[in-house]
Design a protein around this ligand. Structure first.
Ligand code: PMT
Length: 404
C-alpha cells in the first residue's frame, strides 16, 4: 500500500480519533492500527451508537490506549477539555449527519460532541452516510457552516454504500484518510495560497493500436511531490501520463497520455500556477506516423522511424517569467554534470537529478537518491530515502531558496 507521507511523520503525533455510529466505523480500526504502527499516539473517543457497530476492545487492542465514551463515566469530569487540549488533531471518522449537525449548532450532549466545541480548529471531519442523507440540504448546510468556520472536511468518495445504494457518501480508503491527516497536521505551510503544477508518470507514444513507446516511470516520485506540496498548504494540480500508483488525496488530476498532450496540458495550466515541478518522464521521440491498423509481423527486419518530441521544459524555461520552475534529470552516468548542464540549457530554477537503471533509485523504486542544483549556485546531495521523504526535502529546498 502506497501512502504519501514522510516515513517518520506520525512519530510522536497525538491524534484523537472520534468514531461515530456509521457502518464505516469498522474500517476505522485499520486506520487506528496504521497510525499507531507509524508512531502516533491514538486515543479513541466513541459515541454510544458507534459501540453498536464496533466494540471498544478493537480500538484498545490496536492502539494500546484507553477508549473514551461517556463524559461522566471516565473518572474525570473535565475529560472533554483535557482530551481536546492534549491532542494535535481530532479526526472524526466516520462523521455521521448527527455529529455534523451537532457540531454546526453547538449541541454538546455527550463526550465527543462536547470536546468538539473546545478546539474546533483541530477538527478534521470525514463524513460517511447514505447518498440521500449526504445530499440532503440540511446536511449540506451544516457542512457549509462548519467549512465557513474553518473546520476541515474530507469529502466522502463515491461508490457502493453499506446500504447497497450507489453514490457519494463512502468513507474514503484508509490511505486517503492518513494522507488527509498528514496534510492537516503538516507544518510549516509556506505554500499556502500558492498554486503548484506537478507532472508525473510516463508518456506513451503509440505506434499502432497495440503498441507504444514508453518508459518505466511509475509516477511515484511525482505523486509524492504532489502530496507533500499539498501538505505544505499548496493547491495542487497533477498532470499525469501513465501511472502505476494512486493519485494522492486532495490533488486534482488531469491525464495527458502522450508528450504532445502533456505539452498542451502544461501550457494550458502554466498561467494558473506559481510553481511548476516537471517530474514526468516525457518521451523524447514519437513514431513519425501512427498506423491505425495493427502492424503485421513479417520475416524481415522492421524499421520504426521516430521524430523528436518537443522539449516541454525547455519551451517553458524560455517564457517562464517570474514563475518558479523545477525540472528533473534522469541519467545513467555523470549525473551531477548533466544536472548543471540541463539547469542552464532549460533555464529552470532548480534541477533534481537521479540515477536511473538502478534497483534502489530512479524509475519504479520506492526509494531515490537525488542531487539538487539550483540557479543560485546551491548543490545538495541527499542520501537514499523513501520517495516521499525525498519529496519533503525537495519542497523544503524550494521554499527556503525561492519562496521565502
Ligand atoms: O515515476 P517514478 O517511477 O517514481 O520515477 C521517477 C523518475 C525517475 C521518472 C523521476 O525521478 C525523473 O527523473 N523524472 C524525469 C525523467 C526525465 O524525463 O528526465 P530527462 O533528463 O530526460 O528530462 C529532463 C527534464 O525535461 C525533465 O523534467 C522532463 O520532465 C523534461 N522533459 C523531457 C523530455 C521532453 N520531451 N520534455 C520535457 O519537458
Amino acid at each position: 500500500m502506497v501512502v504519501y507521507h514522510p516515513s517518520s511523520f506520525f512519530q510522536g503525533k497525538k491524534i484523537l480519533l472520534g468514531v461515530t455510529g456509521g457502518i464505516a466505523a469498522v474500517k476505522v480500526v485499520s486506520l487506528a492500527r496504521y497510525l499507531t504502527e507509524k508512531g502516533a499516539r491514538v486515543t479513541t473517543c466513541m459515541t454510544r451508537h458507534a459501540l453498536r457497530i464496533v466494540g471498544r476492545t478493537s480500538f484498545e487492542a490496536v492502539t494500546g490506549e484507553r477508549v473514551y465514551i461517556d463524559s461522566f463515566a471516565e473518572g474525570a469530569s473535565l475529560a472533554h477539555i483535557t482530551l481536546a487540549r492534549s491532542h494535535d488533531l481530532i479526526l472524526i471518522a466516520p462523521a455521521t449527519a448527527n455529529i455534523i449537525g451537532k457540531m454546526a449548532h453547538g449541541i454538546a450532549d455527550d463526550l465527543l460532541s462536547t470536546l468538539l466545541l473546545v478546539e474546533p480548529q483541530k477538527v478534521l471531519l470525514a463524513p460517511a452516510m447514505n447518498v440521500s442523507m449526504w445530499r440532503n440540504p440540511v446536511v449540506q448546510e451544516n457542512v457549509k457552516i462548519l467549512v465557513e468556520r474553518g473546520v476541515r472536511i474530507i469529502p466522502p468518495s463515491s461508490g457502493k454504500l453499506a446500504c447497497g445504494e450507489e453514490g457519494e457518501g463512502r468513507l474514503p480508503e484508509v490511505e486517503e484518510l492518513v494522507e488527509a491527516a498528514f496534510q492537516a497536521l503538516h507544518t510549516p505551510r509556506d505554500l499556502a495560497g500558492k498554486k503548484i503544477l506537478v507532472t508525473a508518470g510516463a508518456t506513451r507514444e503509440w505506434v499502432d493500436p497495440s503498441r507504444f513507446i514508453s518508459n518505466p516511470s511509475s509516477g511515484l516520485m511525482g505523486c509524492a511531490l504532489a502530496s507533500v506540496c499539498r501538505a505544505w498548504g499548496g493547491e495542487v494540480k497533477l498532470i499525469t501520463g501513465n501511472l502505476s500508483v494512486r493519485v494522492p488525496f486532495g490533488v486534482v488530476q488531469e491525464v495527458a497520455e502522450t508528450a504532445l498532450a502533456m505539452r498542451e496540458a502544461v501550457f494550458r495550466s502554466f498561467g494558473w500556477c506559481d510553481v511548476l515541478i516537471m517530474c514526468a518522464a516525457v518521451s523524447d521521440f514519437r513514431p513519425a506516423s501512427f498506423s491505425p491498423s495493427k502492424i503485421k509481423r513479417g520475416e524481415s527486419a522492421f524499421t520504426l522511424s521516430l521524430v523528436p518530441n518537443p522539449d516541454i521544459l525547455k519551451e517553458i524555461g524560455e517564457k517562464k517569467g517570474t514563475k518558479i520552475v523545477v525540472g528533473f534529470c534522469a541519467e545513467t552516468e555523470n549525473v551531477l554534470e548533466e544536472a548543471w548542464r540541463k539547469l542552464r540549457a532549460k533555464n529552470v530554477d532548480m534541477m533534481v537529478a537521479n540515477l536511473v537503471g538502478q534497483e534502489e533509485t530512479g524509475f519504479t523504486a520506492p526509494t531515490n537518491k537525488v542531487w539538487i542544483v539550483d540557479r543560485k549556485g546551491n548543490e545538495v546531495v541527499l542520501p537514499l530515502l523513501p520517495k516521499v521523504d525525498v519529496a519533503e526535502r525537495i519542497v523544503s529546498h524550494l521554499v527556503s531558496h525561492f519562496l521565502s
